[in-house]
Design a protein. Structure first.
Lengths: 233, 496
């Protein structure tokens, strides 16, 4: 019999070595997240998965589950902080959902809906981030990057190509392409790479297929993102 | 060059300025300024478009497949028209000038849903208060709420006609406003049997109600021809798309233009070459461009588009009830083109009937349930898409680089095509109704009635960032002009 911890008043079983988010997902419980993906080493950077364990804030994607933990997850206090984090992500980039082909399939947008984000609240930065269309099959629209580094991890750890990296510090941090020219077209990146399919927002896009999925059939049209976690366990 | 009443013939500092700001019951924001002397003689009338959108510029650098969705944000009233015009241009870019039957019919259904809802909105919500109550009736009643109180059946049918059109759009495009149904080379969905059944349930009622709407406006014309035939009337050329056989087709065709007497100026002109026949002029007092037929020049080459142009430009309408009404319209005009500004309403309702009949016919077509949705062929660098939007001929022209990003966009929006026509109409009304009289709200509404007849969508029409002409005046405390500087597409110049 496995050990258990308490998540929002419910007993959740876990295996030794599982993180809180892994155990929650296995039990069909949604802890909001953006930079975490079950196929990659946890990163702990977006902080959306912040939960309270016995009254202390921790990242759910990096904290190990332990017997007897009392974990608060979907509380008004935590969701309020998550909403603020989302608002910061929205204003730091250029996220124009109405004309974005990722709309309806976008984890950032779906998480914002899940958490009831109604306005950006903060002033927009409107950063100048050019589009990289140099690759034959894949478009990079840096405007929407949230620096989750899933593409960095996928390209490095799965594809073995190291195509992407973060550069700059603090507020100047940004995603770059590892080539002398800085252009995707000058790398060995391929549309079949794992990194081409892992972006949770609309940065890495297969060319010429945008909007092929009609409204109503998109990932988050029928069910909110929290329900997807329950169905994919 | 300048038209009569476009620029005051005497020093404007000695004239009184009256502004209608904003023009109400139109889409978008515009204002009219009048300059009057002490005897209330009108010396200058201008319809200004005071908002600025700039889509032509910020589409540049975006991937071409995003454009049909992005450009819809031009407007919340006829986004489908922009969606489809851009899609048609991108069809050319992806080498799919000819679509699959399912894709073309889905788009047609979407478009005629748009025509139906927009025409119903304009006639019932925006214009019927003027037409049913009178131009200078009680302003508190002169709105859709007043119509609902006094003519509840008319108001109800108007609202439900619009709702049906929006349902057609929702089912074909995914949303009532700003859907994504049309993509370069085709569509992303077809109809299910249930969706067809749901729409067919009401389709025949919509035909019947559209017919009643034609009768309402027809009777108004027949009851008061002195007003309806002359109000804001002016002679001009006119243009629209027509099908290969010369019949009315609002989704696709070739350009046909006639002069004011109805003589053909050009016909079956492939719109891919529209820039060979149309030139756009900028003026320092408006964000909106002034297009004209190149061969005739700016003075004689301006024209009108929209329902009045289309119904008189085609040889026939391919649905029986609308064709019957078209013939009656033509007979009423005495076999010559009608240039009555209020005739726009009558022609618009004939088109609404045509749209309702077309939707009904399309819904019986099994191709709508097909699964062959998208085609592509040899990639092109440039494409033009033209459609007859509710307000008139709509041009979308794009160039796309080898990297799939848009490098150039040019939009000639329906309302832009009607720019000079609307200015002329309001000047005609100002001359006839305002000259020498004490200005009242009712009289000023006459100006708005003339503008409303064109159903202008002012927000759609202003996009040429970087070419915008601008004039700045420095005025001293006594109101005297110290200096004026103007900037136009040729650069900055000091006027005084």
């Amino acid at each position: 019999m496995s050990d258990t911890f308490i998540l929002d008043g419910e007993e959740i079983p876990f295996e030794p070595g599982q993180t809180l988010i892994e155990a929650a997902k296995a039990a069909g419980k949604y802890i909001p997240h953006l930079c975490w993906h079950p196929d990659f080493v946890a990163h702990g950077s977006c902080k959306l998965c912040t939960v309270k364990v016995n009254g202390r804030f921790v990242s759910g994607c990096t904290a190990q589950a332990a017997p007897g933990q009392n974990v608060e997850n979907r509380t008004p206090e935590l969701d309020d902080k998550r909403r603020t984090l989302l608002q910061l992500l929205f204003v730091e980039g250029n996220h124009f959902c109405p004309s974005c082909e990722k709309s309806g399939n976008c984890a950032l947008q779906a998480t914002a809906y899940e958490l009831g984000m109604l306005t950006p609240h903060f002033d927009h930065f409107y950063p100048d981030r050019p589009v990289d269309a140099s690759h034959t099959d894949v478009l990079l629209d840096f405007n929407r990057c949230i620096m989750c580094e899933l593409c960095v991890r996928a390209s490095r750890d799965v594809d073995g190509k190291n195509v992407f990296a973060l550069s700059g510090r603090g507020i100047d941090s940004h995603l770059i392409v590892n080539s002398a020219s800085g252009r995707l077209g000058d790398t060995d990146f391929a549309a079949s790479d794992r990194a081409a399919k892992v972006c949770p927002v609309g940065v890495i896009l297969k060319k010429r297929v945008g909007f092929a999925k009609p409204i109503g059939a998109r990932d988050y049209d029928a069910r909110p993102i929290s329900q997807h976690v329950k169905e994919s366990r | 060059m300048s038209f009569e009443l476009e620029t005051a013939d005497i020093n404007p500092e000695n004239l009184r300025r009256v502004a209608i700001d904003p023009v109400s019951r139109v889409e978008g924001h515009g204002k009219v300024t009048l300059l009057l002397d002490e005897n209330n003689q009108v010396h200058q009338v201008r319809l200004h478009i005071v908002e600025f959108r700039g889509f032509e510029r910020f589409i540049q650098g975006r991937p071409y497949w995003e454009v049909p969705v992005m450009v819809q944000r031009l407007c919340g009233i006829c986004p489908v028209s922009h969606h489809l015009a851009a899609s048609k241009a991108m069809d050319i870019v992806v080498g799919a000038a000819q679509l699959t039957p399912t894709a073309e019919k889905m788009r047609r259904l979407m478009h005629y849903g748009q025509i139906l809802q927009s025409h119903a909105l304009h006639f019932f919500h925006l214009s019927s208060p003027d037409l049913l109550f009178g131009f200078d009736s009680d302003v508190a009643k002169r709105n859709i709420v007043g119509i609902a109180a006094q003519y509840p059946e008319i108001a109800k049918k108007g609202i439900l006609l619009r709702k049906f059109g929006q349902e057609v759009i929702r089912i074909t495009a995914g949303k009532r406003v700003h859907g994504t149904g049309s993509i370069p080379g085709g569509v992303n969905k077809s109809l299910s049997k249930d969706e067809r059944t749901e729409l067919l349930k009401d389709a025949y009622t919509m035909v019947a109600w559209s017919r009643e709407a034609v009768n309402i406006i027809k009777q108004l014309h027949q009851q008061n021809p002195a007003l309806y035939d002359t109000f804001g009337a002016f002679r001009s050329s006119f243009m629209s798309l027509v099908a290969a056989d010369g019949s009315l087709d609002l989704y696709h065709g070739a350009l046909r233009a006639r002069d004011a007497d109805g003589k053909i100026l050009f016909d079956q002109m492939d719109y891919q070459n529209y820039d060979q026949v149309i030139t756009e002029e900028v003026k320092p007092w408006s964000y909106m461009k002034f297009p004209f037929f190149t061969a005739l020049g700016p003075e004689a080459g301006w024209y009108k588009v929209g329902p009045l142009a289309r119904v008189q430009n085609c040889d026939n309408i391919p649905t029986p009830l609308a064709e019957y009404e078209r013939r009656e319209f033509v007979a009423y005009a005495g076999g010559k083109p009608s240039h009555a500004t209020l005739g726009y309403h009558w022609a618009r309702m004939i088109e609404m009937l045509f749209a309702a009949e077309t939707i009904k016919d399309l819904l019986h077509d099994d191709d709508l349930e097909g699964t062959d949705l998208v085609l592509s062929g040899e990639r092109q660098k440039e494409g033009v898409g033209v459609i007859e939007a509710p307000r008139g001929t709509l041009f979308h022209h794009y160039r796309v680089g080898d990297n799939d990003l848009v490098t150039m966009a040019n939009l000639i929006v329906s309302t832009t095509n009607n720019n000079q026509a609307m200015n002329t109409a309001v000047r005609e009304v100002a001359k006839k109704y305002l000259n020498g009289r004490e200005i009242t709200e009712g009289l000023l509404n006459h100006i708005e009635v003339a503008i409303r007849a064109f159903d202008p969508c002012l927000s759609c029409a202003t996009h040429a960032l970087g070419q915008m002409p601008l004039e700045v005046s420095l005025i001293d405390a006594e109101g005297g002009v110290i200096s004026r500087v103007s900037k136009d597409s040729d650069g900055l110049r000091r006027l005084t």
